[in-house]
Every structure is written in C-alpha cells, then in structure tokens.
Design a protein. Structure first.
Length: 439
C-alpha cells in the first residue's frame, strides 16, 4: 500500500467520526433490509410468525417500544458527548492539547458513541417500516426484538463507558498509553542489533539541484520507496533534507538531486514526483516520527512541573517511562542514513535520521531545566541516568549522558536545597560519572 493511502488510513483511524459512521451505516442497512426480508422472504416470515407471544408486539406496542428506545438513546448519546467533551477539556488543561489526539483515537469512546447513535438510527428507520391500514397491518417483530436486544446491550455499554472514561483520564494510564506507543515506534523504526546496515560508497556528484517545498506544514510521512524509484529512473542520488516531524516552510529546500553530469534544469515531472513523496499536514503524527511519543511524555512532565499544577510525581512517572524506552533503544542499532535499490544494487537516497544522542537530549534536557528546583525530580533524573549508564555503549551517547548529568549539577547547585540534599545529588553525580568513565 502506498504511503499516501497509509497516511489517509491513519487519519481516518485517528478521527472521532470514522468508527461511529461505520456502525451507523451498518444499522441503516440492517433497518432497511431486515423488515423487507420479514415481509417478503419465506424464511424470515416463518421466524417472524414463529416468535413467542411475548415478542409479538402489535402495531401500537411496536411503535411504543421503538419510540421509547429511540428517545432514550438520543438522550444517552447527548450525555455521552457531554462527558467526552468534559474529559477532553480536562485532558487538554492537565496533559496538553497535543494529547487530545490520543483520546480521540481511543477505540472505546468511538465504539460507545457508535453504538448509541446506530441504535437510535435503527429504531427510527424500523419505526417507519410499521404499516397499518383498514385491512392489513405489518409489524416487523424480529426487527423490533433486535432493537430491544440493542437497547439491553447499550445498558452494558453505558456502564463500560463511565468506567472507561474514569480510568483513562488518570495520569498513570495516559502516560502508560503514550509509553506503549513509544515502544511500538522503537520496534518499528530502529533495527535490531545484528542486522546489517550496508554502507555504499559513491563518487561525489558533479551537479546538485535543489527542489523546494510547495506549502508549509509538518512532515508527516516520506515515501522513500517512491524516491528510490525516482532516483533509479533519473540516474540521480536524492538527498532528503527534512525528516518526519520537522516543520518545513514554503520555498524551503527539501531535496537535493545529485547528477553525474550538469543539466540545464530538472524536468517538471521529476520535481512534481519528488514533492509528492513528502506528505505534510497541520500537526505532527506518530506515523513515521520516532520522536513524537517522546515529545508527548516530555510535555506531560513539563506541565506537571509547572507552578500551576506542581505535580512532581507525575513528572517522575514520565521519567520512569522515558528511561525504560531509552534502555530498550540502547539495545537497538542506529538507523541507516543510506537507502539502496536491490536491482540494480546502488545508492539512491540519503536521508537524515534520529540518533540516540538526539533522542536522549529530547527526553531529558527540558525536564532537567524545569525540575531544577524540585529536589525529588533532580534526584530521580540522576537515578534514571545511572540506569542508562549501564546500558549505553556508543561513545557519543555516553558523552550526551555526561552532558546531561553536568547540567543537573550546574542547575541544582543554584537551587534552594539544604546542604544534605546537595551532597546527596553530588554523590549520585559522581557515581554516574564513574559508571560512564569505566564502561
């Protein structure tokens, strides 16, 4: 499947309306065709007439049942929407507006709203199928019975919804869900140790041609396979300037085409194909952005450390999750900057990639600065870096950890801590330094 279709599918899954719309459509089709089958199909007619007397409603009884269920469902739907909006408002103020995407993506909330709306639509349409004249009356007893089953099922859905909202709004659960997404991104974007990342050496290109960005936005996805094909077709080497998650401005250079011989200009067809390979949007997504979930955890921690909230325990929970992810990432090997074609075997695309040091800085630097006046947070940061010092083997990552613990000591030395607290911080600092020096 192409990157554009995958990007569209990701956007649909992330929307609040997609799953409810599918359920409403299913209810619509059922309400249209089931009464018709009960009226015209011999098999369904036998089921309809074979229902026990308790499930034979009569015209007035069926209308009363369907009207009651429809009214109850639209009322419960309004309440569910109100609860959802309140929870989204609370999440936005406590965890940050960028976390709203996680709540909107939640399958539980989508399923609940879809069940309520589809039952309402189903009852309305079945109600219109009840027919009564002077000499003939038709009541789709099977369809009405199905509406009652839906209503009973929705009682359980309502109980689940209240429990689900009350559970998912808790800070620990929000952090856990973001951490799960971060782990998934690590497994998806970073290769296991032992996998060969082949390096292809190539001669310097004689000419370089720049292609600019047609509109501003965040890079959500890059179709590297399309770029490899384009590089093979044009006999060039394509250097990609931005990486997923970067913001690109209109007119900014996004590609450099390296050619073996000078050309007057690149064909317009090549320029359009290259520009199509980058998908931009109004916000960052986790589709190809390995740093996205890290930024979300950091944002939760920074908000928790703000004077308005002042919740260091939430910040320490974020640090625990970040450290667990960084330990997992330490067992991975760096992503290759070079993408080669298999047939013929040659270098096609050179791309920027996230290094382990970049992710370490993104994970800890801002939290260190925001938590400099919180003794427990600063102590916890040094403890987390101690755990990482045992795992990290790359020399550049070790230097980054040294830089981070130096920053902790520099900022906390100016904080209003007691002498005993400062001594404890210094002791952890030197222990971390010792572990890094003798790795």
């Amino acid at each position: 499947m192409s990157i554009r279709l995958l990007n569209l599918w990701y956007a649909l899954k992330s929307s609040f309306w997609f799953l409810p719309s599918l359920l409403v459509l299913a209810a619509l089709l059922t309400a249209i065709f089931l009464p018709v089958a009960e009226r015209n199909n011999a098999f369904f007619q036998s089921i309809n007439h074979g229902l026990p007397a308790l499930l034979s409603y009569g015209v007035d009884g069926a209308r009363s049942v369907l009207s009651t269920i429809a009214g109850a469902m639209i009322t419960v739907t309004g309440i569910a929407f109100s609860i959802t909006i309140v929870s989204l408002t609370l999440a936005s103020s406590q965890f940050g507006p960028r976390l709203l995407r996680n709540f909107m993506q939640d399958r539980g909330n989508q399923l609940v709203l879809g069940c309520f709306l589809s039952t309402y639509v189903y009852c309305l349409l079945v109600l219109s199928r009840i027919y009564e004249s002077a000499d003939y009356a038709f009541v789709p007893n099977l369809s009405v019975t199905l509406a009652i089953i839906f209503a009973l099922f929705n009682v359980g859905v309502l109980v689940y919804f209240i429990h689900h909202i009350a559970t998912n709004i808790q800070a620990d659960r929000v952090i856990e869900s973001v951490h799960h997404e971060l782990n998934k991104n690590i497994h998806q974007f970073f290769p296991e140790k032992g996998e060969k990342a082949e390096t292809v050496f190539y001669r310097p290109c004689q000419a370089m041609y720049a292609i600019d960005q047609p509109k501003s936005g965040y890079v959500q996805a890059i179709d590297y396979q399309a770029l490899i094909k384009l590089a093979l077709d044009t006999g060039t080497i394509i250097e990609v300037v931005p990486k997923p998650g970067d913001f690109v401005s209109q007119g900014q250079d996004i590609f450099y085409f390296g050619c073996g011989k000078p050309l007057e200009h690149l064909p317009k067809r090549v320029i359009k194909q290259a520009q199509k390979a980058i998908i931009t949007g109004g916000q960052r997504t986790s589709e190809q952005d390995g740093e996205f979930a890290v930024r979300q955890l950091v944002e939760i921690a920074l908000r928790a450390l703000s004077p308005g909230i002042n919740d260091p325990y939430t910040a320490m929970t974020c640090l625990d999750r970040l450290t667990a992810a960084m330990c997992l990432l330490a067992n991975k090997q760096p992503m290759s900057t070079q993408l080669t074609a298999q047939q013929p075997k040659r270098l096609c695309v050179v791309r920027p990639v996230l290094s382990y040091s970049d992710i370490l800085l993104a994970s800890y630097e801002q939290i260190i600065q925001a938590g400099a006046n919180h003794y427990a947070v600063s102590l916890h940061i040094l403890t987390c870096i101690q755990q990482l010092a045992v795992k990290v083997e790359q020399s550049d990552a070790q230097r980054t950890l040294e830089q981070l613990i130096d920053l902790v000591l520099s900022l906390t030395s100016k904080a209003d801590f007691s002498e005993g607290q400062k001594q404890q911080l210094k002791q952890l600092y030197y222990q971390s330094k010792h572990q890094l020096m003798f790795r």
